[in-house]
Design a protein around this ligand. Structure first.
Ligand code: RAT
Ligand code: ZN
Length: 419
């Protein structure tokens, strides 16, 4: 394979890396999207783009509408208000605002007209199936991992009817209510035929929780289990969360060969009046993750952490434990300045043995901007890193760049899952 890096070919080389990064298909390992058979659970279109909770939080800083009044509005009226507050009254320069425009532009809409009714009209003429294909094409996404909860009253009935399989979508079993609200979840499990009660969990309860996890892992054919955690999560611990993890979740994951994904650092409902937009961030004690990785070498862990201040420690942990795979710039860290900082640091500490990004899209169209924005940053970082190699005399071939990018865009994750 011809070498593509030399001092003289600096510019063409950068262009090749950019082209490879721009065209390599992605496995989006964490989203809140649903396959088309889930019907209205799959959100798409301009109004859902505008009422995205990231934009709700930003727009309510720019208006003085009482929170309850905002929530009493229809989705269209909320979208109108957000459009006016964030796109008309001020320039849409935040990452979440820019994202809406990147998406609209990529879909061929003329954003400079600022014509919301015309944009709505365009979306109204789209068919969902074509739109899924178009967004995936524009984003260069080949596979989407959903977030699937048996505790969601809208989602559970769809699974119970065995929805047709759509090969572009895979599943992750989300278990926050099981681990974080046991006293409310135990009665549900009991109603669904599992022999548990809300008191202190016993050996019998743990085996029933395992039976529940087994039933749902099979029904969803899930790729991994997942939980988001508060900053003060502790493991090991005597609390019910740690006990359920140790005696039900981890044995289940070992039995089924599934990774357990932890997302520490979220402070839920710091402002409950903002509803879904009201969560905050806190510094996590990653010793808990270290303890899990060390005490359960037969288990595979995935992690993304919310606090910027935890990112370096997480990279160090991943260097120590090969049963830990780190992924994504999660939520408040999914902004260009931090994506760049985190991606550079992770590459410097882990090479290509991690997954730099997931979209966390809640609205289908968002995959277009989330991936376009991220791809540009990953390309910049890679160009810089290959150029530094070039200064040593090392030459990187096109095939080697392609291999590396494939790993970063889902290949390393799939190898980790298979290992
Ligand atoms: O990024 C988000 O949309 C958050 O609301 C959360 O969904 C977070 O990603 C999570 O999975 O808990
Ligand atoms: Zn998420």
């Amino acid at each position: 394979m011809k070498s593509i890096l030399s001092e003289a070919s600096r510019v063409p080389f950068a262009a090749q890396v950019e082209e490879i990064v721009a065209s390599t298909p992605i496995f989006d390992v964490h989203t809140h999207l649903y396959a088309p058979p889930f019907g209205e659970l799959l959100l798409w279109g301009i109004d859902d783009l505008l009422v995205y909770h990231y934009l709700v939080a930003e727009s309510l800083r720019q208006t003085d509408i009482p929170y309850e009044k905002f929530w009493s509005l229809s989705k269209t009226a909320q979208a109108d208000l957000i459009w006016d507050a964030l796109f008309i009254q001020h320039s849409p320069i935040s990452e979440a605002c820019r994202g809406v425009l990147t998406t609209l532009h990529a879909l061929g809409l003329d954003v400079k007209k600022r014509d919301l009714p015309a944009i709505r009209k365009w979306f109204a003429a789209q068919k969902v199936e074509n739109h899924v294909a178009q967004c995936m094409e524009l984003a260069g996404v080949k596979k989407i991992c959903m977030t699937n909860s048996p505790f969601d009253d809208l989602e559970r009935p769809v699974w119970e009817k065995n929805p047709p399989q759509d090969d572009r979508f895979v599943s992750a079993l989300r278990i926050d209510p099981l681990l974080l609200s046991w006293s409310e979840t135990a009665p549900l499990l009991s109603r669904w035929g599992y022999d548990v009660n809300a008191g202190a969990a016993s050996g019998k309860a743990f085996s029933e929780v395992r039976r529940f996890l087994g039933d749902w892992s099979k029904r969803m054919n899930s790729r991994y289990l997942m939980v988001s955690l508060p900053p003060d999560f502790e493991f090991p611990g005597r609390g019910i969360t740690a006990q359920l993890i140790e005696h039900a979740v981890l044995p289940h994951c070992r039995e089924f060969g599934l990774p357990f994904a932890l997302m520490p650092g979220v402070k839920r409902a710091v402002n409950p009046q903002l509803r879904l937009a009201g969560d905050g961030v806190g510094l996590s004690n990653l010793t808990s993750l270290q303890n899990l990785c060390a005490q359960f070498p037969e288990n595979k862990f995935m992690a993304t952490v919310l606090a910027r201040e935890n990112q370096h420690e997480l990279c160090v942990l991943a260097r120590k434990f090969r049963n830990l795979h780190i992924f994504g710039c999660w939520w408040f860290t999914n902004i260009p300045s931090l994506i760049q900082e985190m991606t550079r640091m992770r590459i410097e500490m882990l090479g290509t043995s991690f997954t730099p990004q997931h979209s966390d899209a809640r609205v289908l169209d968002q995959i277009v901007y989330k991936w376009q924005h991220t791809r540009r940053i990953i390309a910049q970082v890679l160009v810089e890193k290959y150029a530094e190699l070039g200064q040593t005399g090392w030459q990187t071939s096109r095939a080697e760049v392609e291999r590396d990018v494939k790993d970063l865009f889902g290949g390393a994750f799939e190898k980790f899952c298979r290992a």
